[in-house]
Design a protein around this ligand. Sequence first.
Ligand SMILES: [Zn+2]
Length: 600
Amino acid sequence: MLSGNANTLRGMTDAEKPLDANSLQAHAAARLQLYDTASHAVSRFVPIVPGKVGIYVCGATVQSSPHIGHIRAAVAFDVVRRWLLRLGYKVTFVRNVTDIDDKIIDKAAAAGQQWWERAYFYEREFTKAYDALGVLPPTYEPRATGHVTDMVELIGRIIDNGHAYVVRDENGEPTGNVYFDVASWPRYGELTHQKRSAGVDAAAEADEAAAVADRMGPSVDAAGGDKYNPVDPADASPDKHDVRDFALWKSPKPSDPPTARWRTPFGIGRPGWHIECSAMSHRYLGDMFDIHGGGLDLRFPHHENEMAQTKAAGWNSAARWMHSAWVTAKGEKMSKSLGNGLSVPAVLAQDTAWVVRYALGSVQYRSMLEWSDQTLAEARSAFGRISNFIERAGIALADFGGQPPREEITAVPADALPTDFVVAMNDDINVSGATAAIFTAIRSGNTLLASLAAESGQTGSAKGGQTGSAQDGAGQADQTSQAAADAPTIAGAEKTADGATTEDLLRNTLISVRAMLDTLGLDPLAEPWVGEAVGTGSISAGAGPSEHEVLDTLITEQLAARARARKTKDFAKADAIRDSLNAAGIAIEDGPNGSTWSLA
Ligand SMILES: [Zn+2]
């Protein structure tokens, strides 16, 4: 399964060594394959500019609280981004905020709010949800209302190129309505291959997720409308030349507040939804960029229209379009009718953010994610196995600096990760395969921990404990060889003949496991999760009674080793054990009946 030196961690763990970006991209990055909605095919990813990737992902329309469907899309593209970063690319990631829209205006009016008051309020809720779930902040996060001049200029270009028309009144004055002229653009439909007769049931069979999505129908909100692709009243206008034409600019409805109107050469009004993303992606990513992402719901008409507009303006559109599938509950598309239990705050009240993130990222982005008690139970169980290993390994490596610092984890390049993980991530971000690779490495790490425990049991009192030297002699080399035989997938295991100790191997495995988890946004010691619960500064997120028991077993083991060290007058070793427990936030109290521990 593993081959050669691609997964050797030993060279990589010199944190001083600068990463060689060229060589990174010559290896794992050259084998990245991603799906493209337009071609219905997985193909090799080749960046437009070597070493750089530009991504635009459609962000939220900030009209109400985020639910896990929104966040699933955010997590899916966060994992894509993290993999590209791990491959050594410089990534520019743009995610917009749609802060003006019919629903925002209508809901704000109903609630007696200014429309921007509502938009800012929910924008902050989304930001909080993204932060809580470890979604990296975008490089740029433009608001639609900040780019009206870009939109006006873009609409002007499309009109000048003959692909849009301004609706005029009986006096020849512009009304504020501008429509895209679909009939003038023969390439219309090249993204989703909708038939001329329109209707979303015509998606090509090749795109399985799209076909499933079309069968399930739109996301229905409380009012019965499609909440991702709302019917725009402007699109129902009799002034359109063709039913497929869509609004680029819209004259105000009588109920629109004066603050939601802009004066333009084609009349007073506000932007259509699709034009916003064409303008903002061009502003920040230029004439052509690598990846345009969004939820499956946005494929049609939003992205189809966006692609047509951008190209009709004389610019190139994204080279690749990627869509994340949605969240289902009992096999049905999740929608508002299922209640508010799936809002992000409600979900986070039940489980730790790490567990929710794991559950949201547990299947490949193109697969429907079934949200159930079982999904969460599996995530909790994964947390137990992962945190158990990382915590025990950190304690076992107390004499070797303990838990490796975050900088060392983030510096691990893709080429230094286990081959099975790299292959899975390069296979259109196959997170199931990647997760399996993480658990394979954890099993190997647990074998190393067991041989370390056996070692200390056999030699602990006779040798007076180990002081951390990596050159402990032949006896230890034998142990190491045995551990290597038990753990054939450990990175660098084949180097044991060169004198690597079991601790070296364990440290490499620990770094490897945490770096793989970090690629999925799940290193339990990364900032979003640390201190999430019980505050040990260690692996405590999600600690419940069973994790307390695990902790008790591990610490009792350490206290026994400390007692043995004191008995043989190896006070340096005894102090090192106490210090490492203290560093992990565990306080030790010595009493007449032995030592007890508590969380500091
Ligand atoms: Zn968009």
